[in-house]
Design a protein around this ligand. Structure first.
Ligand SMILES: Cc1cc2nc3c(=O)[nH]c(=O)nc-3n(C[C@H](O)[C@H](O)[C@H](O)COP(=O)(O)OP(=O)(O)OC[C@H]3O[C@@H](n4cnc5c(N)ncnc54)[C@H](O)[C@@H]3O)c2cc1C
Length: 390
């Protein structure tokens, strides 16, 4: 019998949620990470790395007791507009009888909370290095810090730069948009009132509401030249650039915190179950344009898929063909999302009067047809037919 039912490589939000889910289903789990998450206490300032979690993701994390002490900024409304466009689109949680469309949380706080929850249930090795992986018929063998350990199922959740995928010769394909984004936390003169703002102009600028009413998490996806120039600005010049780009929608941006540059791109793994006992999930499996705000949400859908299969499993976790249906569905779901994001990105980059006219017509149509808006909101919340089909 292998040493573990599952070994999970990567303890980010997705990998540690998967570890916790499997442990709660009485599986023997080992979680391996090359780093240990920061354990220092929470700062007063919100962390620069944030994610907007859909209600579906929050339900999963709450069922794992992993949202306690995690500060949450509810998104009650979303307002999207374009600099030179005439049309805007707005979404409101009230329109579908929900309290919030999503909630903004700090990545570091959530990971810390997940690691605290899994301490008693999951064996953890961190910081550790996976030196080799060999797949056999009945088991997968790993060499971790010179120890040989075996598992019925090996789950790769190492994020976008997975060295284990490379080691196993598993390929990922780039899918449309690549670029860079700047993230920061900003203080504004006017309160956000729980509204997330997304502006299409010089790149795509998003303000996500934080628990403090005049604080927003900023993600600005930019063309290459403009990215380089903006990163060299000092704090006050960058704040002024944000005020200008946001068309002072929250008044002046009074202050910005630490700024981080992120590369982003869309990619998709060839198969979520590329070898009989190997699964790939989270950003290791696919990365999506940040304009969607869906990366973690899709990763947590993978976790729910694993939870569902395992719950009904009679034999071991690598049993013949047990993961094929899961892999096909997750691949199809990722492809739909990547194509949609690529379409939005191209549409918004199309310049010229005809492109703008078509774009504005589309936006106005969405805004004026309540049934269409309702469906779009349900999909983004992870509750629509497309989100639940896969
Ligand atoms: C600017 C920006 C904004 C975003 N906003 C949102 C949003 O609003 N909503 C949303 O849903 N998503 C958002 N995303 C995407 C989201 O951040 C990612 O989808 C998510 O963090 C991926 O989680 P993960 O656990 O799969 O990977 P990661 O968070 O990358 O975690 C990977 C883990 O694996 C470990 N690891 C790496 N290599 C190894 C190895 N060789 N061996 C062992 N361990 C290893 C790492 O230390 C890490 O702990 C955004 C992304 C960006 C760039």
């Amino acid at each position: 019998m292998p040493d573990f039912d599952a070994i999970i490589a990567g303890g980010g939000i997705v990998g540690s949620s998967a570890a916790l889910c499997l442990a709660r289903l009485d599986r023997r789990v080992l979680l391996v990470d090359s780093k240990v998450p920061q354990t220092s206490g929470l700062n007063d300032e919100f962390d620069v790395r944030t994610v907007a979690l859909s209600p579906r993701s929050i339900n999963l994390l709450e069922s794992l007791d992993s949202m306690a002490d995690v500060r949450r900024g509810p998104i009650k409304r979303i307002h999207v507009w374009e600099r030179e466009g005439t049309a805007t689109v707005g979404f409101d949680a009230n329109e579908i009888g929900a309290k919030a469309l999503a909630e903004v949380v700090e990545v570091s706080a959530l990971v810390r909370r997940l690691w605290t929850s899994l301490v008693d249930r999951v064996e953890v090795r961190a910081p550790s290095t996976i030196e080799a992986v060999e797949c056999y018929g009945e088991t997968v063998e790993l060499v971790i810090d010179k120890d040989v350990v075996s598992t019925a199922c090996f789950v790769v959740a190492e994020g976008r730069e997975s060295s284990t995928l490379k080691q196993l010769g598993i390929s990922t394909q780039n899918y449309g948009s690549m670029g860079r984004a700047i993230g920061t936390v900003a203080k504004t003169v006017d309160p956000h009132n729980g509204c997330a703002l997304q502006h299409f102009g010089d790149g795509i600028l998003a303000f996500l509401p934080l628990p403090e009413k005049r604080s927003v998490s900023v993600v600005w996806s930019l063309p290459a030249g403009r990215y380089d120039q903006l990163l060299t600005l000092d704090g006050s010049a960058f704040a002024a650039a944000l005020t200008h780009e946001s068309e002072s929608v929250l008044g002046e941006v009074a202050e910005v915190g630490e700024r981080l540059g992120f590369p982003f791109g869309q990619s998709l793994v060839s198969d979520f179950n590329p070898m009989p006992r190997v699964l790939v999930i989270g950003d290791a499996a696919r990365t999506v344009h940040p304009l969607a705000g869906q990366g973690v949400n899709l990763g947590l859908e993978d976790v729910q898929g694993i939870q569902e299969v395992t719950r009904h499993l009679k034999g071991d976790m690598g049993e013949n063909n047990v993961w094929r249906r899961f892999a096909i569905r997750r691949h199809a779901r990722a492809r739909v999302m990547l194509q949609l994001m690529d379409f939005f990105d191209r549409t918004y980059r199309a310049s010229g009067p005809y492109g703008r006219w078509a774009r504005n017509l589309g936006v106005r149509t969405v805004n004026k047809v309540p049934a269409l808006k309702y469906q779009l909101m349900r999909e983004a919340m992870g509750l629509g037919p497309l989100a639940t089909l896969y």
